[in-house]
Design a protein around this ligand. Sequence first.
Ligand code: KG4
Ligand code: ZN
Length: 334
Amino acid sequence: MLVLGIESSCDETAVALVRSGGHVLCSKIASQIDVHAVFGGVVPEVASREHLRAIQPIYAQAMQEAGVTIDEVDAIAVSQGPGLIGSLLVGVSFAKGLAVGQNKPLVPVDHVHAHIHGALLGLESDDVFPTVALVVSGGHTNLYFMEDAVTFKLLATSIDDACGECFDKVGKVLGLGYPGGPKIEAIAKEGVIGKVPMPKMVEQKDRMEFSYSGLKTHMINLLRKKTDYSQEDICAAFQEEALGQIIRKLTVALKNNPQAKSILIAGGVAANQRFRELTSKFKIPVHFPSLQYCSDNAAMIASMAHYQIKSAGLDAFRTTEWDSYSRYDFEAVL
Ligand code: KG4
Ligand code: ZN
């Protein structure tokens, strides 16, 4: 089965072609990071307009690079949310147009769930499930228990800021620009962990939620004060605590779900090398996506769609099943 994936939920326009769920023929990404960097964060209206400019050329390039024609595509998959509404509408409208015009099934894919498929690409399902899976991105810090590739039981989420959002906000106060995560990681490499005291989130035994607003406020207050701490040591301490919270919650999740065979970690923050080091303490295999599939991409969308089709059947996604005008009735079949 050959699936064409389309992603436009935030600031990346992406198109990919994936065969059999795990074989990526081509994954094209047009990033808008430079456009938004001057504003210090993503500007939704600007993002929608950039998607409009990028989507057709990126689609044409992806088809050419993969060496396939639209006739060979079995289904079209599109990121249907969550995300910026104006941005999502560009990808969804493009996908609907293609699906109607070419009479192809159209698979609506949950963007956050799809991140997990970035880590699953190329793995054998039998070795992975059941699994504890984490999406750590700019918008989400979600922990799931998964029996299979399409069943997501939410174990925990953030009650305030997402982990990546916290990296970005702290990066902004440090004057590092957007996105803060990779820049903080680079500076933290030169620092010494433990020189700058950090608050720990109060651990509540039965509660699994993440919280990043306390750490963010602490950092803002610390950076407003005059201290002798170096920027390197500040970044190292902050990064350790931001990631440490995830490691502590993962430890609890594994204790509560001892049947888990593996851990999957995906989303933009999964690109962090220190994060990867910290997970080496776990006794079961930990799978991260390759760097190109950590942040937003369309291979993860096409791959997830493959498993949705396997589970619900291709007929569930025939184009007569959905409303071709609005996004709002375009609900996941699963
Ligand atoms: O998954 P993603 O590209 O977009 C969302 O769906 O949110 O994640 C972007 C987030 C940003 O907050 C960015 O700062 C963070 O991932 N990020 C990192 C690193 N690379 C990206 N955070 C920490 N360390 C990194 N190396
Ligand atoms: Zn994302």
